[in-house]
Every structure is written in C-alpha cells, then in structure tokens.
Design a protein around this ligand. Structure first.
Ligand code: ARG
Length: 286
C-alpha cells in the first residue's frame, strides 16, 4: 500500500489484529432436514444437499484464504446435522470437553467428535450433563460465556469451569429461535462481543451490559438471518451476507466483514459459526 502525502495524518484507530485459527469442519455430505429440534427446521420443506455442500465449501475456502488451518472430520451417514461442528466439543488450550446432545437424533455425533479430538492429541474430558459444545460455550479473553435454557444444562457450566479453570458466566437464553448461545452472541476479539439483548433473560442482559459496555448491539433483523452466528479472527468477520446492518456496524468498528451465503444450512438452524469448531491447541489462548 502506498501513502498519499496529501492525506490527513491524524491519529487513526489501530486496525484490529487477526489471529491464526485452527478449525474443524464436517462436509455436509449427508445433510438433510429429517427431524425438527429447533424452530427453523421443517422436514416438509425441500433441501438442496448439493447446494449446501457448495455453500459450505465457500465457507471453508474463505477460512483457507484468510490463512487459517481447516481440518476435516469424516461425515457419517444418518447424522444430517453433523455439519454443525461447533456442537462437537469445546476446546481451550489443548483441553477438550466432549459433548452430550439433548436430542437422541444427534447423540451419535458425540463419540465421533470425541474420537477425532483424542486422535489429534487433545486431553478429552467427558460431560456429565447435556452440553452442546461451542454452540453454547464461547471463549472471550479469559472468560467462558455459557448459554443455557434450551440445550446445554445449567449444571454443565460448573463442570466447564472446573475442567478449563476459567470463570464461566452463565447466560439464560429465552427465545427459542436463538436456542444456542452462538445464535445470539458473537465474540469479535478478546474484549468485544456483539449480541441480541432480547435473546437473554433480564438478569443475563444486565450481566452482559456490565461486562461488555462497548458491545455491538444487534437487531432482530440481523439475528434472524444468523448474523450473530459469525466467525471472527479478531479482524476479519466471516458472516452471513444477509446480515447487512450488523456488517455495517462492525465495519464502523474497524472490522473487515466477509459475507457468505449459507441459506441451505439455515434450513437446519445453522450458520457459519455452527459449521466451525475452534480447536485451540496448547499454548494458544484463543
Ligand atoms: N439442527 C441443529 C440443531 O438444532 C443445528 C445446530 C446449530 N449449531 C449451532 N452451533 N448453533 O441442533
């Protein structure tokens, strides 16, 4: 980039820094909507599986183009939601908490993700309660934000705190459309989040205001297109292309937004973040 000598040289906000990420994804080879475990799923509506794969592939390519590492787990037949890798575990600093799904339809995904993490050398702990992984557990700086109300049990939060040795902040989700924490709240960097206040109980809203007074507040219009189901590396935010107002708000804060279209996967109630598990190796705090 060249500098134009005539440009004003006042203090510029520092561009946010991008951190390298290691992601695990699962190709939607067996993707379908054959049951309904959230309000977005309608087994009677047609799903274009080939289109889902193409959209997912664009997401994977986007991460690779940003310089991130993407590992793949083998998709298993009969598990149409396995593409939602965020629900496969919570992984921080080389330690992994395996998952226990609320719904029997997804139960067999848990051992598959567990086995992948063991093979990859992570120290894997078994959940004692319903725990849907990074769908409900998000790391921001030194804190873990944990959702409850629909999927992950409140009791699971205490186990997460014990296993990871990081403070866990329990947040109560109240709108069935935003049934996982990652549909209502997005971590932008180790201090900043975006969220939809109405998706949380009054007490949880107050907690979020107290902890993150500078948070980006999303609108319902952004959230219903899964705008908060976005993936940030601290600088680039990969997000549903439909979430235009949120994208503009993020750009105002200095983030670079990259829109992707995951409209087929949305039919199962998922977006970019749902398809993406952060596998944080030992020595990487993020
Ligand atoms: N159909 C899946 C379910 O209801 C979607 C999971 C979305 N994943 C997420 N991390 N929000 O379980």
């Amino acid at each position: 980039m060249t500098m134009d000598a005539t440009e004003p040289r006042g203090p510029q906000p520092a561009a946010p820094r991008a951190a390298h990420r290691h992601f695990l994804m699962c190709r939607p080879t067996h993707f379908a909507v054959t049951y309904a475990i959230n309000p977005w799923m309608n087994p009677a509506a047609p799903v274009d599986q080939a289109r889902a794969v193409a959209q997912w592939d664009t997401l994977r390519r986007t991460y690779l183009d940003l310089g991130h590492t993407v590992d793949l787990i083998e998709p298993l037949p009969g598990l149409p939601d396995m593409v939602f890798a965020a629900n496969g575990a919570t992984v921080v600093d080389g330690t992994a908490m395996a998952v226990q799904f609320r719904d029997p339809q997804r139960a067999d995904e848990a051992p598959a993700y567990r086995a992948w993490l063991e093979r990859a050398g992570f120290d894997v702990h078994d959940p004692k309660h319903v725990n849907e992984g990074e769908g409900d557990v998000l790391l921001v700086g030194d804190l873990l934000l944990a959702g409850t109300g629909f999927r992950t049990a409140h009791a699971a939060h205490a186990q997460l705190q014990e296993v990871f040795g990081r403070p866990v902040i329990s947040l109560h989700l109240v709108d069935p459309r935003f049934y996982h924490l990652d549909t209502a709240l997005c971590v932008l960097d180790d201090r900043t989040i975006a969220y939809l206040p109405e998706a949380f109980s009054p007490g949880s809203r107050a907690v979020l205001r107290r902890l993150f007074p500078d948070a980006v507040l999303a609108t319902e219009a952004d959230a219903v297109v899964f705008g908060l189901n976005s993936v940030s590396d601290g600088r680039h935010v990969v997000m549903p292309v439909q979430a235009t107002a949120l994208a503009a708000a993020l750009r105002d804060r200095g983030y670079e937004t990259i829109g992707v279209d995951l409209s087929e996967l949305r039919k199962a109630g998922g977006g970019p973040k749902c398809c993406t598990l952060n596998v944080r190796e030992k020595g990487t705090s993020e």
